[in-house]
Design a protein around this ligand. Structure first.
Ligand SMILES: [Ca+2]
Ligand SMILES: [Ca+2]
Ligand SMILES: [Ca+2]
Ligand SMILES: [Ca+2]
Length: 346
């Protein structure tokens, strides 16, 4: 008997179990960049002052969270279309700059769909609570994972104070210092200094134009950003554009931290009645709000109706252990193998 056959069969069993048990066929994948240089010096030339000092390495999303990713989230957490906790804004469908439609009569699990040319654009019309629910869902392994506990203990809250991030969270909104460092720090040491714009420049970026599908004119290089309402496409005077197509990345390789959409941050990470926004958006008149000198705070429930606010998540370094459902799968696969081996042994 071929001694490799039981092993190959076990692998096949594990694979079959994985494909059967996986709760969602289209798991969201996220590209990260690592923000190193732990213990870096703060910036004293921006706002707030000081800003940008972070003790530990961490990861941040290379791009803004997209409509495609948010659609996977919506179909997974709301297969029957009841819109729990207002995770969907009807503006995503009705606003030409929103990217996600809802069809109540569509098949369960497919009621949300990306609009034409909008999948690779940043999601907008999202409050801080919406972003926190995405972090929870990722923390809980996607699929039918809870949106209410995990990184943030929300338990149905859509208004009021934002809770502090739970210790050990694998996905979370960056603190303002983390966001600031990822955007403006020059990197390569602990006292490297800061750029004024997240395109590794102290000179205001050039505003991009867009092609008919919403791809920014700068490609992936250069001191460009999406602001000034110059990305006119789909009959809009200024619009969101394809993430990563708008210009130079930060020193750590994160795109669109200046412009495209404003991004939620967690301020200091403590519980509170406000949360931060940084980076400016596609309609900024001038580059000031794209710079290290601009910040806003809003109630975490606000801006569900605004097409200029999105988010990107952060994550610890080293990368956390696989989430519990992956461990569960490994257990099921191992159990299957043990059963198989016992059966063979008879
Ligand atoms: Ca500065
Ligand atoms: Ca919402
Ligand atoms: Ca225009
Ligand atoms: Ca942005």
């Amino acid at each position: 008997m071929n001694p490799l056959r039981p092993l190959a069969t076990a692998a096949l069993v594990a694979l079959l179990l994985t494909s059967l048990v996986l709760p969602n066929a289209h798991a969201v994948t996220i590209e990260w960049v690592t923000v190193g240089d732990p213990g870096n010096t703060a910036d004293t030339t921006g706002v707030p002052n000081p800003a940008g000092a972070v003790a530990d390495s961490f990861r941040i999303m290379k791009f803004e969270f997209t409509n495609s990713q948010y659609t996977e989230f919506l179909n997974a957490v709301d297969p029957s279309g009841t819109n729990p906790n207002s995770v969907y804004s009807t503006n995503m469908g009705s606003d030409a700059r929103g990217g996600i439609s809802f069809t109540s009569g569509a098949t369960n699990g497919s009621k949300y769909a990306v609009k034409t040319n909008m999948g690779d654009k940043p999601v907008n019309h999202v409050s801080w609570f919406d972003a926190a629910r995405v972090a929870n869902w990722l923390q809980n392994g996607q699929g039918s994972g809870s949106t209410e506990t995990g990184a943030y203990t929300l338990n149905g809250a859509t208004t009021g104070n934002a809770p502090a991030v739970n210790s050990g969270a694998s996905y979370f909104l960056p603190t303002e210092d983390q966001w600031y460092k990822a955007a403006y720090y020059k990197g390569g040491g602990t006292n490297a200094g800061y750029w004024d714009y997240a395109t590794q420049s102290d000179t205001a970026p050039t505003a991009v134009t867009a092609d008919s599908t919403g791809i920014g004119s700068a490609g992936s290089t250069g001191n460009f950003a999406n602001f000034n309402a110059t990305a006119d496409w789909n009959s809009q005077d200024g619009n969101v554009t394809t993430v990563g197509s708008n210009g130079g990345a930060s020193a750590y390789g994160a795109f669109d931290m200046s412009g495209n959409v404003w991004e939620w941050n967690d301020l200091t990470g403590a519980a509170g009645s406000s949360r931060g926004l940084r980076g400016g958006y596609w309609s900024e008149n001038g580059a000031f709000h794209l710079s290290s000198s601009s910040r806003f705070t809003y109630a975490p429930s606000f801006l569900d109706d605004f097409d200029g606010v999105g988010f990107r998540l952060a994550s610890p370094v080293p990368v956390p252990e696989p989430s519990t459902w992956v461990m569960g799968l490994a257990g099921i696969a191992c159990g299957g193998w043990q059963m198989y081996r016992r059966r063979r042994a008879r």
